[in-house]
Write a protein of this length. Structure first.
Length: 110
């Protein structure tokens, strides 16, 4: 979930959209858009920085979930689903360091 939250925060800072939703899928997923839903999603974070509607406001600015355990060989997650508390997501996001883009691999095996 941290990876999804970090990516969502970076997109939010870079583009200032109304809504950001990031889903994490396993590398074993077939990769088609149709296959990237349901059990294929291992974690998902949604950020709505400025809710407009009552429905958006009811969830707050942060929501998300993660699935316990690794994906199966076909890229599907079958573990227990944990809904994240808004306060926990906000606390995680506030502790991220300022993102400067992707770093090149060091190549020294460290």
């Amino acid at each position: 979930m941290r990876t999804a939250l970090r990516v969502a925060e970076a997109i939010l800072k870079e583009q200032s959209p109304h809504l950001v939703q990031v889903s994490v899928v396993d590398a074993g997923n077939p990769g088609t858009v149709a296959s990237m839903r349901g059990r294929a999603i291992g974690a998902q974070v949604t950020i709505i920085p400025k809710p407009v509607t009552e429905a958006e406001s009811s969830f707050g600015p942060y929501s998300g979930f993660s699935i316990q355990g690794s994906a199966s060989t076909d890229g599907e997650f079958h573990g227990i689903r944990f809904e994240a508390m808004r306060e926990d997501l906000e606390a995680m996001a506030s502790k991220f360091e300022e993102l400067k883009g992707c770093a090149a691999p060091s190549g020294d095996g460290a």
